[in-house]
Design a protein around this ligand. Structure first.
Ligand SMILES: NC(=O)C1=CN([C@@H]2O[C@H](COP(=O)(O)OP(=O)(O)OC[C@H]3O[C@@H](n4cnc5c(N)ncnc54)[C@H](O)[C@@H]3O)[C@@H](O)[C@H]2O)C=CC1
Ligand SMILES: O=C(O)[C@H]1O[C@H](OP(=O)(O)OP(=O)(O)OC[C@H]2O[C@@H](n3ccc(=O)[nH]c3=O)[C@H](O)[C@@H]2O)[C@H](O)[C@@H](O)[C@@H]1O
Length: 472
């Protein structure tokens, strides 16, 4: 087995950047070059302000950059030099054509693979890091094999990434498991071992799992689908709680104490967001349909449908509580990112909610500690509608603090669970004093203590809780 000395990562995004920065940090003997076609993104990786916010990322990048960690747009040279290449490009849901709205768009994976095939002058281990439909490695192999010669061969591995945003560095430094799939041939297993050796520089051997290629590819979609399924399950129960007086936190705790169920990922919310859950569930639904398994497709589709329902249910609750109209009312939205500790807004529930508020002619005041102003506009503007930017600018105000957003508001809506929105961090009395009365507070993240807020004077609605809870 040949030891890996030079790694190239194609795609300097939320996965490629942190993942390969951590490899460089833990393996000083390996040169790691992260490449991207996006010059702006690479410039940011080479600057003092990295293109993504992730706790602990700066320390690692600043420690290794220029030593054994490099960021460049010179894709071809990095490919040529590398003995192992991670393909960590985006695989969004297809927007048009066959499978639009469901299937993963594999155009970026294919073009990265073709580039590797075209410019490689020595043998390479090519690693699928992107999340892809099961059997994508086969298409990659066909492309690469078409360019193989008697001196150059390509091995393909699947090594899906399980990090979550906001805790990426922690997850990468101490992963529950690292999964490496390979063709179960002598050559495939040798490549699998070579990558396993890289991880074993810091991951305990028993946490490095090896499987066949297809199990590895499917495990990634399965893990995301099951995680999202738990959220949809608890969110479905949150609706029952609101209707009955059961408390969703208590139900989650009582269920989670069963060690067979476990306590994690049972936090009811306004709906899951993020770049992957929705995309990967739809990807699994499409795969099942393609495999002529309609019942299986329908089963997983329900996880997505319930999530859409949860967002709409929250909006409806807000409108009905505000006397069935929010026209010309000021709604303060606290949080725009899809979860705390990230500036990422992809598929954030905030986007759906705010678009609905704008449709109802409300004025929306938004505050998020990490999301850039321009990002908020980009997420809310409908490119297909003329003058959309103008309309959005008229309908929203982006505020520098939660206090500014809540000033003169009729309702405050908590959408992201940032710690700074907790009762002990934010002065809710001050917020209440500066709002229109009656002052409404909607908590989509079960962050606040309703009793305390009611004492101040707020009319409170918390997802999964009923005002009459505990009464006969
Ligand atoms: N964001 C996350 O937390 C996680 C994402 N994933 C998966 O990892 C993959 C990447 O996701 P992100 O990093 O979030 O995407 P991203 O969009 O942040 O980054 C992808 C990067 O690849 C670049 N790229 C595309 N085609 C290229 C090419 N041919 N050559 C060079 N660069 C190219 C793009 O310019 C972009 O900067 C996706 O398949 C995703 O499903 C997996 C686990 C976690
Ligand atoms: O493939 C991916 O992209 C990644 O997707 C998720 O990670 P991520 O989307 O970054 O963040 P999560 O912590 O999973 O949160 C996703 C969404 O679910 C919500 N959520 C999470 C947990 C919970 O109990 N309740 C809940 O509503 C979060 O607020 C967020 O909107 C998975 O957790 C990662 O393992 C996976 O690698």
């Amino acid at each position: 087995m040949v030891a890996v000395k030079n790694i190239c990562c194609v795609g300097a995004g939320y996965v490629g950047g942190p993942t390969c920065a951590v490899i460089a940090y833990k393996c000083h003997h390996i040169k790691v070059t992260i490449v991207d076609l996006n010059q702006q993104r690479i410039d940011a990786w080479n600057s003092d302000k990295l293109p993504i916010y992730e706790p602990g990322l700066e320390e690692i990048v600043f420690d290794r950059r220029g030593k054994n960690l490099f960021f460049t747009t010179d894709v071809d040279n990095a490919i040529k030099e590398a003995d192992l290449i991670f393909v960590s490009v985006n695989t969004p849901t297809k927007k048009t054509g066959l499978g639009a709205g469901m299937a993963a768009d594999l155009a970026y994976v294919e073009s990265a693979t073709r580039r590797i095939a075209e410019v490689a002058t020595s043998s390479k281990i090519v690693v699928e890091k992107s999340t892809v439909p099961c059997r994508t490695a086969e298409s990659m192999r066909t492309i690469l094999d078409a360019n193989a010669t008697k001196d150059i061969c390509f091995d393909i591995l699947s090594n899906p990434e399980f990090l979550a945003e906001g805790t990426a560095i922690k997850d990468l430094l101490n992963p529950d498991r690292v999964l490496i799939g390979a063709l179960q041939t002598d050559q495939g297993i040798a490549a699998q071992n070579a990558l396993a050796e890289v991880y074993k520089n810091w991951v305990p051997e028993e946490n490095v799992i090896t499987t066949n290629l297809w199990s590895s590819e499917l495990s990634k979609l399965a893990a995301n689908a099951m995680l999202a399924q738990r959220i949809s399950s608890i969110n479905a129960l949150s609706a029952i709680c609101e209707a009955t007086g059961a408390d969703v936190d208590e139900v989650a705790y009582a269920c989670g104490r069963d060690t067979r169920l476990g306590s994690k990922f049972l936090k009811a919310s306004v709906g899951f967001g993020g770049s992957c859950f929705q995309k990967d569930i739809l990807n699994l639904v499409y795969l099942s349909t393609q495999l002529n398994l309609p019942e299986v497709a329908e089963y997983w589709k329900q996880v997505y449908t319930l999530n859409e329902y949860q967002k709409k249910r929250f909006v409806k609750k807000i409108i009905s509580t505000l006397f069935n109209t929010i026209t010309n009312k000021r709604i303060a939205v606290l949080g725009f990112a899809f979860k705390k500790d990230t500036g990422d807004t992809r598929e954030s529930a905030a986007i759906t909610l705010i678009k609905d508020f704008i449709q109802e002619n409300a004025h929306v005041a938004i505050y998020d500690p990490k999301v850039e102003r321009e990002q908020i506009y980009m997420d809310l503007i409908e490119p297909s509608i003329l003058d959309s930017r103008e309309q959005v600018e008229k309908s929203i105000t982006i505020c520098p603090s939660a206090y500014e957003a809540a000033k003169d508001a009729d309702a405050v809506v908590i959408v992201t669970e940032w710690d700074e929105f907790k009762s002990n961090e934010l002065d809710y009395q001050q917020i209440y004093d500066n709002m229109h009365k009656p002052a409404f507070l909607f908590d989509g993240r079960l962050l606040l203590d309703a009793a305390e807020l009611r004492k101040i004077g707020f009319k409170v609605h918390i997802i999964g809780k009923n005002e009459l809870a505990g009464t006969a």
